[in-house]
Design a protein around this ligand. Structure first.
Ligand SMILES: Cc1ncc(COP(=O)(O)O)c(C=O)c1O
Length: 397
């Protein structure tokens, strides 16, 4: 039996590889098996009852739990420094389960205007159906958010950096205010990842990830993860095990495998995005660059105070007509034009056809998303090749 590890003392690079996988698996396997079993059989009925009542660890049925999911949940739990974690079939399942498990008619949510498009649909379309009020504030107007929270609310929902405008919210400041009114403070940490930012350390109650993005890192699995204290996670897990938004074991394995290189990949994503942001901000055909690593960015100082790296996503707008965008995209050789981010390969797409495709032009404009904006998830390729590629594409338009 190996000595128990004090994970808080272990660095994220090592946690990414070893967390959840320190004990060997059945048959001495060094890698987590993908357990594709829906049911678990028991010869002893008493033992079965004990497991199903939680008196003994084990598994009963795949909608509730699974050994491969356990390993993945343990890895994110340790990376986020949390007491507990659970998983979902997608990032949106993680977000909606967190909201619906904790809110009831008459409750109020305070949040920023520019959350991810799917999230904002829940706020604008679905929560009001259940008589839950949603107060949308200008995302970086911290005074207004504080005022709305102090007026009373049950849940404060933050997303930082935001997708696609990369706005920064001060997690510590807003969590402190949330605590004053006993609101649950939830942070979507998808763009930052636990390598760049740990919201629970800054006072949040729940941290959410679309594991589909950087955690998986290879664009081949959908998943969602949340971390928090045991009581909160148990409550949300219970809702999920009943509504059935369970992560598939094969997807969990792919995310687990991707997460082993998370720290390594994020180091490269951070460096590449910073270099591309610097390059674009000096280019005469580029209007604005949105990246918190630039010291001209309004959220830069807050980002420096709460992030260890600025992430792999940036957005920029081109000078001139909107049609230049499709022209530019078609000229890129090392970039997929796709509705996705967080992968090893560079991905570009206009928010109007990706993250905010469900919004109207007016809604996008109100969110500060120009129609000629391009979001770029900078991959782990050699940055000189990426810059050369962007250079030839910009020259040709
Ligand atoms: C910040 C953020 N949160 C949540 C989601 C939703 O994740 P999923 O696509 O895994 O449901 C996305 C998807 O792009 C996202 O960018």
């Amino acid at each position: 039996m190996k000595k128990k590890i004090s994970w808080k003392k272990i660095k994220a690079e090592t946690q990414s590889v070893w967390a959840g996988e320190i004990e060997s698996f059945p048959h001495g396997a060094t890698q987590s098996p993908t357990v594709n079993s829906v049911a678990y059989a028991y010869d002893d009925l008493d033992e079965w009852v004990q497991v199903s009542k939680g008196g003994k660890s084990g598994h009963i049925y795949g909608r509730n739990s699974n050994p491969t999911l356990d390993v993945l949940e343990e890895k994110i739990r340790i990376l986020e420094g949390a007491e507990a974690a659970t998983s979902f079939s997608s990032g949106m399942a993680a977000i909606s389960n967190t909201l619906f498990a904790n809110l009831k008619p008459g409750d109020k949510v305070v949040t920023g205007k520019d959350t991810y498009g799917g999230t904002s649909k829940i706020f604008l379309e679905f929560l009001p159906q259940y008589d839950i009020e949603v107060k949308l504030c200008d995302t970086t107007d911290h005074d207004l958010i504080e005022k709305e929270v102090l007026n009373g609310c049950q849940l404060l929902y933050l997303e930082t950096p935001t997708n696609p405008t990369l706005k920064i919210q001060d997690i510590k400041r807003l969590s402190t205010i949330g605590k004053k009114v006993d609101a649950l403070v939830v942070v979507d940490n998808t763009l930052a990842t636990p390598i760049n930012q740990n919201p629970l350390d800054l006072g949040a109650d729940i941290v959410i990830h679309s594991a589909t993005k950087f955690l998986c890192g290879h664009s081949d699995a959908l998943g969602g993860l949340i971390c928090g204290n045991k009581k909160l996670i148990e409550k949300i897990f219970h809702f999920r095990e009943i509504n059935g938004a369970t992560l598939a074991p094969n997807a969990a394995y792919l995310i687990l495998r991707g997460m082993k290189t998370l720290a390594l990949r994020m180091e490269r994503h951070n460096n590449n995005a910073m270099q591309l942001a610097n390059y674009l901000s000096k280019h005469r055909k580029v209007d604005s660059v949105y990246y918190p690593g630039l010291n001209t960015n309004p959220g830069h100082n807050t980002a420096v105070s709460q992030m260890r790296g600025f992430g792999g996503v940036l957005s920029f707008s081109l000078k001139g007509e909107e049609s230049l965008i499709s022209n530019f995209i078609s000229k890129l050789r090392f970039a997929h034009a796709a509705a996705h981010l967080g992968s090893v390969d560079t991905i570009v797409g206009p928010p109007k056809t990706t993250s905010h495709v469900e919004n109207t032009t007016k809604e996008r404009s109100d969110l500060g998303i120009p129609e000629n904006m391009l979001r770029c998830s900078v991959g782990i390729e050699n940055i000189d090749d990426i810059k050369t590629d962007f250079d030839q594409a910009l020259k040709s338009i």
